[in-house]
Design a protein around this ligand. Structure first.
Ligand SMILES: [Zn+2]
Length: 107
């Protein structure tokens, strides 16, 4: 697949999956070049941009653990709202993959 993914910082095309960083910006997931993400974290925009990439190792780990925990919460005596809240990280990880990562070349 060859889809056009543009960096939210510089506006240029992101071509490779290993150069992609997706992160939470206000209430949405945005794609960045890894170098641009570093620049954003050092600039004033860091007020709106999450410090943790959604498509990083930690983001994937949090999504997996959150999904497992949501299943525990679902069968336990916890509120349904907590279950829905725990589904947010896996949903963000899934969106990141569907919207950006699957369109880029791995190499
Ligand atoms: Zn960029």
């Amino acid at each position: 697949m060859d889809s056009l993914i543009l960096c939210s910082h510089c506006g240029r095309r992101i071509r490779r999956a290993d150069d992609l960083v997706t992160t939470l910006v206000l209430f949405g997931i945005s794609p960045f070049h890894s170098a641009c993400y570093s620049k954003v974290l050092r600039g004033w925009e860091t007020l709106w941009v999450s410090n943790e990439p959604v498509n990083g190792v930690a983001g994937t780990l949090v999504a997996g653990l959150s999904l497992l925990l949501s299943l525990v919460v679902l069968v336990g005596p916890f509120s349904f709202f907590l279950f829905l809240l725990l589904l947010v990280p896996p949903a963000m990880r899934l969106y990141s993959w569907l919207a950006f990562e699957r369109h880029l070349q791995e190499d």
